[in-house]
Structures are given as structure tokens and as C-alpha cells.
Design a protein around this ligand. Structure first.
Ligand code: DGI
Ligand code: FE
Ligand code: FE
Length: 198
């Protein structure tokens, strides 16, 4: 299929999400574009990934089954049990097969926006952080995250964000996805061995 225009993607996302979630998506696209300029990432990719990142957030259980069969999606044991973890995976397939977004960097930015992963591309990092620092977000450390993310310290922002999310998930007694841990370990190692030189 031919890739939908940005306007058509926006319309598709709007039709699939409640008002509040659609606004969040606009906020993420805006924040992602701002971050893309700071970190030298393709602006349009950041915009499209931002708009589409939560497109599958309201997928109903029986629709998950349909998507999995139709697009031969593999959900691991954690993603299988939790829409909080699967919506990003499902959304990446919606972008690819329903919006015609075949750019693998955009697809991966959507796919890994919830947990992050080890060795993320700059676009993946930008979308991961934009999701958390967009204008509509309000939680305790959001201003610190904004300062780091918009201040050229995206890796530090991601470490702080992952720490926060992991602690939040632990407090709720839920399972941490191994990718969240791997994303954090990767960046901690990078800091340890490159910046401090130890
Ligand atoms: O979709 P959003 O609400 O914009 O944000 P998101 O996709 O970053 O996160 C969705 C939810 O997933 C959020 O409540 C935090 C949660 N989450 C993130 N990492 C993990 C997780 N939940 C579990 N169980 N395990 C994780 O590793
Ligand atoms: Fe999400
Ligand atoms: Fe989101």
C-alpha cells in the first residue's frame, strides 16, 4: 500500500482514540518535533511516530486476537497479558500495514515507546521521551525530565524516566518487562564506561 499522508494518518488516529488520548498524541508529536531539532533527527519521522505511537491504545481484547492473526504478530508472555505493554507493539503494525509507514526506524520508535530497549536509535529515544514530557503530562518529576530532555541530555532523561517507571510498576506489584531493564542497563553502562571513564 501507499503511505498515507500525514493528514490522513492524523485523521485515522483521531477516529481510533478518545479526545484526551488524541490530544496526548498531538502533544507527543509536537514534543518529538522539538526534540528532533535538538538531536538531529528527521522531523517528519518524529512527527509521524508521535502522532501514531498510541494508535492501538484502545484495542479491544477480541481485536488483539484479530491483529495477531492478520499480521502474524508475536507477543511475548508479558505483552500477551497486558495492553499497557502490547499497545506499542500492535501500534507499530497498524502504522506499517494500515498507514503504509514502512520506515523501520519509525516503526521501531512506535514499537519500543513503552519499555524502551537496549541501544535505541536517536528517533526511538526522541519518541520515548516525547511521550513523557509532552505539554499535557503532569507527574512529580516531569519538569526535571523536561529540563534534561530539552537540555541536550536525553540519555540522562531516559535513565531517570526508566527509574521512575520501573519504581511505579514495582509499587503496583506488576511485572517489569525485561526490555525496560535492558534499556536502563545499557544506558547506565554507557555512562559508566564513556563519561566517567571507569
Ligand atoms: O501509552 P501511554 O500511557 O502514553 O504511556 P506508555 O506507553 O509509556 O506506558 C503505558 C503504561 O505502561 C504506563 O502505565 C507504564 C507501563 N509500563 C511501562 N513499562 C512497563 C510498564 N508496565 C509493566 N507492567 N512493565 C513495564 O516494564
Ligand atoms: Fe503508549
Ligand atoms: Fe503515549
Amino acid at each position: 500500500m501507499i503511505r498515507l499522508s500525514n493528514e490522513a494518518i492524523l485523521e485515522e488516529v483521531k477516529n481510533r482514540l478518545p479526545e484526551k488520548r488524541f490530544k496526548h498524541s498531538l502533544g507527543v508529536a509536537e514534543a518529538a518535533v522539538k526534540l528532533s531539532k535538538i538531536y538531529g533527527v528527521d522531523e517528519n519521522s518524529a512527527y509521524v511516530a508521535g502522532i501514531a505511537h498510541d494508535v492501538a491504545k484502545y484495542t479491544k481484547p477480541h481485536e488483539i486476537e484479530d491483529y495477531v492473526n492478520k499480521y502474524e504478530i508475536y507477543l511475548d508472555e508479558y505483552e500477551e497479558r497486558s495492553l499497557a505493554l502490547s499497545h506499542s507493539i500492535l501500534g507499530s503494525y497498524v502504522a506499517r500495514y494500515e498507514f503504509g509507514v514502512f520506515d523501520s526506524d519509525i516503526v521501531n520508535a512506535i514499537r519500543y515507546h513503552t519499555t524502551g530497549r537496549a541501544d535505541m536509535s536517536m528517533l526511538e529515544k526522541v519518541v520515548f521521551m516525547a511521550d513523557l514530557v509532552e505539554e499535557g503530562r503532569d507527574f512529580q518529576i516531569v519538569d526535571e525530565l523536561r529540563e534534561l530532555a530539552f537540555g541536550g541530555k536525553i540519555d540522562d532523561a531516559i535513565i531517570m524516566a526508566l527509574d521512575n517507571t520501573i519504581m511505579f510498576v514495582i509499587k503496583k506489584g506488576q511485572i517489569i518487562h525485561p526490555r525496560s531493564i535492558e534499556a536502563r542497563n545499557f544506558l547506565i553502562n554507557l555512562k559508566k564506561y564513556t563519561i566517567q571513564g571507569k
